[in-house]
Design a protein around this ligand. Structure first.
Ligand code: NAP
Length: 474
């Protein structure tokens, strides 16, 4: 094969693919470029796959079955993936991410199984290679099993179940997995590499079991953090695969997924003011421990739709704080209609986006982008808080924890230390939700009882539709 600048065509394709992954990832951080970034990275992945088929080895007729299987897999994967992505509802996005992540983990585990078998049959067994194979198998299987359990939980098909003394059992299981993995890869007990094939399948089953037991007791509402963690596992497993095949594109892709998943996990934990250990073994969001903080809080004042519409129509600055309830009510288009009507009346309306509002990273950005809300209208928390004192009305729509003053004032609160949108610095606050129901953290919110606040009860979409109609008539 001809070399260019000392690099083969295959290596050049891998470098080009790696660049598209980095560019794609960078563009994903901005909602207006995210779609393009995703496509660029997908084209890069396509290039890497085609280059591997065409240039890795010489194409020969006797391998027609292999080519047919690869192309068949590509066609089936493309059709199934496209159909699922087109059909998925925005609120079901975390489950789909989890499912696809599980498939990545399964691929990494299968690669390890195939390579293990190949090493044994070819008699080419090196300890270093074996360690990579075993790590890929363990991490890939844990990620696969854990992601499928997470998917089942988010779909409501699996409940939160914990074995008695489950954490201790998990630790013993992990030690067994690491011990067996070390034995298989180094043969330390026998002074050489002796690896009866059955051992690798025992390791596979133990790793799958560990993945299931790790995720099973975690509260359903903590799944986004867990999915992000499992995503980083899949990235690592894929990177091991890239190492095995000497495939730079797979290696770069795996490292990028692994590090992005780890960073996202840490960011989510920081934004919720919780440690990863607390997410994995804590019960936050699952009821129980988090429910405290209450007592007599004062009286709740309500506001009628007409009064709320008057306040909005005669304001000069309005800030909307969207939360999980906006996504549940699917009220993103209606809130955009309100924004357009207020704009016609000369009222400036912006959105204050809390980093963990909703149930997945960027949930509110994605939701509002779906309704074509102009991106510059979405203000990050710090910017929104800076402008709060000049804001006439804050409309809190289906948000609860992200505006709970307890995060700043109550050291005993489970959300203490989490930064919030400081809505009480605005002149008026209206909270739109269905009832006095709690949010994800399961705690009372003193904002609802504050003098400055008035409640507009009802489903967010219904209430917004009524508001839009009233504002139009003013
Ligand atoms: P939240 O605290 O969970 O509160 C959502 C509120 O929406 C509820 O109090 C509920 O009250 C209301 N609601 C539900 N359906 C509604 C409807 N149809 N119409 C109107 N209101 C409705 O939400 P948040 O303020 O967005 O906070 C997010 C929470 O999730 C944080 O605690 C965060 O730490 C956590 N979390 C986020 C992520 C992430 O990545 N974004 C990941 C994991 C955990 P009613 O029942 O009274 O209506």
């Amino acid at each position: 094969m001809t070399d260019i600048l000392g690099l083969s065509i295959l290596e050049l394709c891998y470098i080009a693919a790696s660049i598209t992954f980095i560019l794609g990832l960078k563009m994903l951080s901005s909602p207006d470029k995210a779609r393009k970034g995703n496509l660029i990275a997908a084209y890069g992945m396509g290039l890497a796959i085609m280059a591997t088929i065409l240039f890795k080895e010489e194409l020969t007729a006797d391998k027609w079955l292999n080519y047919a299987l690869i192309l068949g897999g590509l066609v089936v994967g493309t059709v199934v993936g496209t159909r699922m992505a087109m059909k998925v509802k925005m609120t079901a996005m975390p489950q789909m991410v989890s499912f696809f992540n599980g498939m990545g983990g399964a691929c990494a585990a299968v690669i390890s199984l195939v390579e293990f078998d190949h090493s044994l049959t070819s008699g080419h067994v090196e300890t270093g290679m074996m360690i990579v194979i075993i790590l890929g198998l363990i991490i890939g299987s844990v990620s696969f099993a854990g992601s499928i359990v997470a998917y089942g939980k988010l779909e409501g098909k699996i409940g939160d179940k914990a074995l008695p003394a489950g954490q201790i059992f998990n630790i013993i299981l992990l030690i067994a997995i690491l011990g067996l993995g070390t034995y298989i890869s180094t043969g330390i007990f026998e002074g050489g590499i002796i690896t009866p094939p059955i051992y690798i399948y025992v390791l596979l089953v133990l790793s799958l079991l560990y993945g299931i037991l790790l995720v099973m007791p975690i509260g359903g509402a903590d799944m986004p953090v867990v999915i992000s963690l499992l995503n980083s596992f899949t990235g690592m497993a894929a990177a091991f695969g890239g190492f095995l095949y000497g495939n730079q594109a797979m290696l770069t892709g795996g490292i990028l997924v692994g590090s992005a998943g780890t960073i996202l996990t840490v960011l989510m934990c920081t934004a919720m003011n919780r440690s990863l250990t607390n997410v994995i073994i804590g019960s936050f969001g699952g009821g129980g421990a988090a429910a405290a903080s209450g007592g007599e809080q004062g009286t709740v004042k309500e506001i009628s739709t007409t009064d709320a519409a008057i306040l909005l129509a005669y304001a000069s600055k309005v800030s909307v704080v969207p939360g999980y309830g906006l996504a549940v009510a699917q009220a993103q288009h209606t809130v955009h209609s309100l924004e357009k009507i207020l704009d016609e009346k000369g009222v400036e309306m912006t959105y204050a986006i809390h980093p963990v509002a909703g149930r997945m990273p960027g949930h509110m950005n994605v939701l509002l982008a779906e309704a074509d809300v102009p991106y510059p209208k979405l203000l990050e928390m710090e910017e929104a808080n800076d402008g709060m004192a000049n804001t006439d009305v804050v409309l809190v729509i289906g948000a609860n924890d992200v505006v709970n003053p307890a995060a700043e004032t109550d050291p005993t609160s489970p959300i203490y230390g989490m930064p919030i949108i400081d809505v009480l610095n605005a002149k008026n606050v209206i909270v739109m939700k269905r009832s006095m129901g709690k949010g994800y953290a399961g705690i009372e919110n003193s904002l609802f009882f504050h003098d400055k606040n008035r409640m507009l009860f009802g489903d967010a979409k219904d209430s917004l539709e009524k508001l839009v109609a009233e504002v139009k008539n003013l």
